[in-house]
Structures are given as structure tokens and as C-alpha cells.
Design a protein around this ligand. Structure first.
Ligand SMILES: Nc1ncnc2c1ncn2[C@@H]1O[C@H](COP(=O)(O)OP(=O)(O)OP(=O)(O)O)[C@@H](O)[C@H]1O
Ligand SMILES: [Mg+2]
Length: 217
């Protein structure tokens, strides 16, 4: 589902990632490990086509990402759910409205949206918070909203950049459970983290980066 073949991505003066090759199949959760500056966010940004690659080839669901034309980027991104450390919720919209937003953008019917949002709110245990605004939620609840918003479109790929960076260990574990559940519907999930003790008990594959290079995968 996510395939890197000798991928290099550079910033104006700096190499972000160098000659990376790895493959993440459908339905797998893989962690992206490494110290600050290792290139974790850069990997996720190349997949989202936020930055372009300067060498190698990158395929998402068989599609060559470098060949996607600018006007097709929004369509390509519909297949990807993003989760960030700082949640990035819309402050003046309720939990329900935040989760509904991607479906509204797709122009889905009211009934369809209501059914999907109900279903996903149940999955992440947010039904009781549906009418609250982000400022009224704990960090863990905010991150559950953000995951629900990423999942509601049934994406092929979920990218989570340090999603547990601001959360305590118990809440972090709940977030990992949700990302693991997301693989049941076939999504490939790639989550970056510094936190080895958090991910170690899960016995999942991890890709380790240092200074933009692959240490293992
Ligand atoms: N916009 C940018 N312009 C120039 N250099 C950048 C830019 N973004 C990242 N870099 C550089 O690319 C390298 C990889 O950065 P990246 O953000 O991918 O690391 P990271 O592993 O996500 O780190 P962190 O754990 O701190 O989030 C670093 O050396 C960084 O300084
Ligand atoms: Mg980062």
C-alpha cells in the first residue's frame, strides 16, 4: 500500500530523508522511530505530497506519487487520513461537526453523514461528547476526535505524526488501540514516535531512522 524505493527528499539546503526503501502492506500498523531530526515527519509529508521527492520512487496504492498532477492532489489526499500531535481540530465546531467535516467536503447527504459520524463516534467512545467544543475536551479526547475525523472517510492510508506526544501513557495506549483497530478495515497505518517503551509491548514492525537514513525496517 505504501512503497518507498530509494526515496530521497531534500529541503533547500538539507537532506530530509536519503535513499529510503520499505514497504507497508494493506492492513498493517508500522511505527516510524528515531530521534528528533531523523526524518520521521519528512517521510509522512512525502506520502501526503506536502513535499516532493527528489530521487527514487514512491507508490501509494500502486499510484506513482511523483506523477500526480497538482489539480489531482486533493483527490489523492482523500484516500489519506492524517493525525497530528497538536490535534488540529476546528475550535468553533463541535465534536460531531469536526468529525463530519471531511464528509461534508465530499458533498455527502445529511443522512449519510449522520449515520457515519454516529458509527465512528461509537467506535472511539465519544458519543457523550458530541456537542462539546474542542476547548472543553481533554487531550486524549481531542486526539480521539482527530482519529475519528481521519477514519470517517475510510482511508486507505492513515498517517499519524507523534499522535501521543502530548498524552500520558494510559491515554497513549488507548490511542494506539484505535490505530490498531483502524487496520481491521484494511488501512495501512504509519505512526511516528520517539517513545519506544510505548510501542515495544505491541510487538509490531518498526522502521528506524537516523539522520534521514534507514537503520532497520
Ligand atoms: N521546512 C524545512 N526546511 C529545512 N529543513 C527542514 C525542514 N523541515 C525539516 N527539515 C530538516 O530535515 C531533517 C528531518 O526533519 P523531520 O522534521 O523530518 O524530523 P523528525 O524526525 O520529524 O523530528 P522530530 O522528532 O523533532 O519531529 C532535520 O534535519 C530538519 O532540520
Ligand atoms: Mg517530526
Amino acid at each position: 500500500m505504501i512503497k518507498f524505493e530509494n526515496v530521497t527528499a531534500t529541503y533547500t539546503e538539507k537532506v530530509g530523508i536519503f535513499n529510503l526503501s520499505f514497504h507497508i502492506p494493506k492492513g498493517e500498523l508500522v511505527f516510524l522511530m528515531g530521534p528528533t531530526g531523523a526524518g520521521k515527519s519528512t517521510v509522512l509529508k512525502t506520502i501526503y505530497k506536502d513535499i516532493s521527492i527528489s530521487g527514487g520512487e514512491l507508490f501509494i496504492n500502486g499510484e506513482d506519487v511523483a506523477k500526480i498532477r497538482r489539480r489531482h492532489i486533493p483527490n489523492f489526499r482523500r484516500k489519506i487520513g492524517m493525525v497530528f500531535q497538536d490535534y488540529r481540530l476546528i475550535p468553533d465546531r463541535t465534536v460531531f461537526e469536526n468529525i463530519a467535516l471531511p464528509l461534508q467536503i465530499e458533498g455527502e447527504s445529511k443522512k449519510f453523514i449522520r449515520d457515519k459520524v454516529e458509527e465512528i463516534m461509537q467506535k472511539v467512545d465519544l458519543e457523550k461528547r458530541r456537542s462539546n467544543y474542542p476547548s472543553q475536551l481533554s487531550g486524549g479526547e481531542k486526539q480521539r476526535v482527530s482519529i475519528a475525523r481521519a477514519l470517517v472517510k475510510k482511508p486507505l492510508v492513515i498517517l499519524a505524526d507523534e499522535p501521543t506526544g502530548n498524552l500520558d501513557p494510559n491515554v497513549s495506549d488507548e490511542i494506539l488501540d484505535l490505530l490498531e483497530i483502524a487496520t481491521d478495515s484494511g488501512a495501512a497505518v504509519l505512526m511516528s514516535t520517539h517513545n519506544f517503551p510505548l510501542i515495544q509491548p505491541r510487538k509490531k514492525r518498526f522502521i528506524e531512522l537516523n539522520e534521514g537514513r534507514l537503520l532497520n525496517s
